[in-house]
Design a protein around this ligand. Structure first.
Ligand SMILES: [Zn+2]
Length: 123
């Protein structure tokens, strides 16, 4: 499962470009709370981690939907994903990290504002 991650998706690249443009320097694909899971964009000294999440797979509040075919299977699968996301957020919190969730539908510059504010605040 953890090896299936999509790397360098369009929304993630757009956000990274925006952050880089602002002079924010991050590391890519670093494992933090779980050695088997890497994270998208990591600001190590500020202890801020950014996850760019796909609207469908992570059930974003605006675009959540569940396919009609194999409805039960999909509902279970998407619910498991949401549980895992919640668990990840809890583990970050416990370890003293701040998690910024960015949805793939978000404007990269609006998302970058959010990340920048938090990184500045915690640096
Ligand atoms: Zn969405």
């Amino acid at each position: 499962m953890q090896n299936q991650r999509r790397t360098d998706t369009g929304p993630e690249l757009a956000l990274r470009r925006e952050l880089h443009h602002r002079g924010l320097r991050y590391r890519l694909h670093v494992p933090i709370v779980d050695a088997r899971r890497c994270h998208d964009i990591v600001f190590a000294s500020a202890k801020v981690v950014v996850e760019v999440r796909g609207c469908f797979w992570h059930s974003c509040p605006e675009h959540r939907s569940s396919p009609k075919a194999n409805a039960t299977w999909w509902a279970d699968k998407l619910a498991a994903k949401r549980r895992r996301d919640k668990d990840t957020a809890r583990r970050f919190g416990k370890a003293g990290w701040s998690l910024v969730v960015v949805w793939e539908h978000e404007d990269p510059s609006v998302a970058a504002d959010r990340v920048q504010r938090l990184v500045d605040h915690r640096s």
